[in-house]
Ligand binder design. Structure first.
Ligand code: MLC
Ligand code: AMP
Length: 496
């Protein structure tokens, strides 16, 4: 029988604690039992979901993991939705992926009920599933599609990144080997579970290894500091914004309390940063405070993780290390030549079994994103004394804020629906906490008025919180080049 390796490995972990939650602990055996029951229910009369896309909306925890495993075990493709998405964003993901049903919890049903009705999509609430007896589950070969994650990019609307089970397994195995995951590891999970950082690097690597996860619906400083001070974890993974916020929080604590938490941070066996550039100053400050040397790594939804500072050896501030196991990395210059020398910049291109299968329903875009079998990341880097250093992105239209990748074009398209806005240009402005922050320069309709507060209020129904502009500049005209195209570097100067 062909069973996913994640599932057969879980059998060997049996009674071990897989999830430690406030309510109670859940063992690996419980994850297996519940996911088998759910899989039988999702299958109904069918023998195999045959790659049907099943969207689900659930916070990190037992429901999330068992739904994910159940969809996989029944032969479906998991499509985790963003808990803070607006209705237009959810509608786009559901219709673009042609999802066949939405699964959620009673607590979250209100968020999708009307939409599902309008789209004529069955909505299943996990608490209301009739316990059907288990049934034989289909064989899942590793070349089948397993997951779609929506990622923003150089196109206005997000693209669905499809990975097969083989891709997912390769991404997990690479990290388990490089970072020496242990079955004794305990890790907090507070990052969103519609992105690869939370799904692969934390949840899947931990469960693959027989480790224990403490899930949280979102990041809350007080709770995390308390659990760290109780010695709850061995491994910690976060985006740079969280390390900046942790430094601010620790520095504002009374000395006794601070020292206690810092001592526990210093005992962790591994602390990792990724999803956006970790400023060298933050890296150094964290070492100064806790004695921990953060391990910075670089990755992307389409490729999993590609570059990492070493688990053993020098973890260099401002650098992302070297290629991970199972990953080949090369740099290609703007002229299209392979970069063979140190200190010469080039685009990062990646090849290997972890690289995604396709952009959902976009064969041309998929083909264009590869150069002779190598995925073109759109990120520029150099190698300096053996380590890669990320220099920035090729596209000005991609913004990274708080670790989220945002498309300036998607935000512009939404803002252009505002009745007061005639024209606009969205850029990311540098910010010490968020890395970049969304800023918009706008030309208003004749006689119209617009404040940042009212624009932000209007955006709440259209865009997730992190996409909503944090700065607004009203201008008479936008800077353009001779061809009439808006020049974003000149827009950025307007914000200086
Ligand atoms: C929220 N706020 C922002 C903001 N997001 N302000 C500026 N820029 C942003 N991006 C503001 C809100 O408006 C609000 O302000 C206040 O901050 C609190 O909002 P929140 O939503 O409660 O924020 P918080 O919970 O503190 O979120 C911060 C965070 C979150 C860092 C925990 O952004 C996060 O989880 N980021 C991780 C995303 C991630 O996992 N990316 C990985 C993608 S995969 P007010 O005024 O209303 O209080 C990938 C590949 C790889 O990148 O390599 O890993
Ligand atoms: P996403 O599309 O959300 O998966 O985000 C992937 C992008 O995040 C990459 O293309 C990079 O631009 C960025 N990124 C991830 N890790 C790092 C890092 N350590 N340093 C700089 N940028 C990073």
């Amino acid at each position: 029988m062909t069973e996913l390796e994640l599932i057969s490995r879980a059998r060997t972990h049996g009674d071990k604690v897989a999830l430690h939650t406030k309510a109670r602990d859940f063992s690996y055996a419980e994850l297996l039992d519940r996911s088998a029951t759910l899989a039988a229910s999702f299958l109904g009369e069918a023998d195999d979901l045959e790659e049907a896309r099943i969207a689900f909306l659930a916070p990190a925890g037992f429901d999330y993991i068992t739904t994910q495993w159940a969809i996989w075990r029944a032969g479906g493709v998991v499509m985790p939705l963003c808990l803070s998405a607006t209705e237009p964003e959810l509608e786009y993901a559901l219709t673009n992926s042609k999802s066949s049903r939405v699964v959620t919890t009673r607590d979250h049903a209100d968020k999708v009920a009307d939409l599902c009705k309008r789209l004529n999509l069955p909505l299943t609430t996990l608490e209301d599933i009739d316990v059907v007896s288990e049934k034989p589950l289909p064989e899942i070969s590793s070349d089948r599609r397993g997951m779609i994650l929506y990622t923003s990019g150089t196109t206005s609307k997000p693209k669905g990144v499809v990975t097969t089970h083989a891709n997912i397994q390769a991404q997990i195995e690479s990290l388990v080997e490089a970072w020496e995951w242990q079955s004794t590891d305990r890790i907090p999970l507070f990052l969103p579970l519609h992105h690869i950082h939370g799904i692969i690097n934390i949840a899947s690597c931990a469960l693959w290894s027989g480790a224990s996860i403490e899930p949280f619906p979102h990041f809350t400083m007080e709770t995390i500091l308390r659990r760290v001070s109780e010695g709850a974890y061995t491994v910690f993974m976060a985006v740079p914004t969280i390390y900046v916020k942790l430094i601010q929080a620790l520095e504002s604590l009374p000395e006794g309390e601070r020292e206690k938490i810092i001592l526990e941070f210093s005992k962790l066996r591994l602390m990792i940063s990724g999803s956006a550039a970790l400023p060298a100053s933050v890296h150094e400050k964290w070492t100064e405070l806790t004695g921990q040397k953060l391990l910075e790594r670089y990755g992307m939804t389409e490729i999993g993780m590609a570059l990492s500072n070493p688990f053993h050896g020098e973890r260099r501030p401002g650098a992302v290390g070297q290629a991970l196991p199972k990953v080949e990395v090369r740099l290609k210059s703007e002229e299209g030549d392979l970069v063979t020398e140190e200190d010469e910049a080039g685009e990062i291109q990646v090849r290997g079994p972890g690289v995604f299968h396709e952009y959902w329903n976009k064969p041309e875009v998929t083909a264009e994103s590869f150069d002779d079998g190598w995925f073109r990341t759109g990120d520029m880097a150099v190698i300096e004394t053996g380590y890669y250093r990320i220099m920035g992105r090729l596209s000005v239209d991609i913004i990274k804020s708080g670790g989220y990748k945002l498309s300036a074009l998607e935000i512009e398209a939404a803002l252009l629906n505002h009745p007061a806005i005639c024209e606009c240009a969205v850029i990311g402005v540098n910010d010490d906490t968020w890395g970049e922050m969304v800023a918009v320069a706008a030309v208003l309709e004749e006689g119209a008025e617009l404040s940042l507060d009212s624009l932000r209020e209007w955006c709440r129904d259209q865009l997730s919180t992190y996409k909503i502009p944090k700065r607004l500049l009203l201008v008479d005209s936008l800077p353009r080049n001779a061809m009439g195209k808006i020049t974003k570097p000149a827009v950025r100067e307007l914000f200086q």
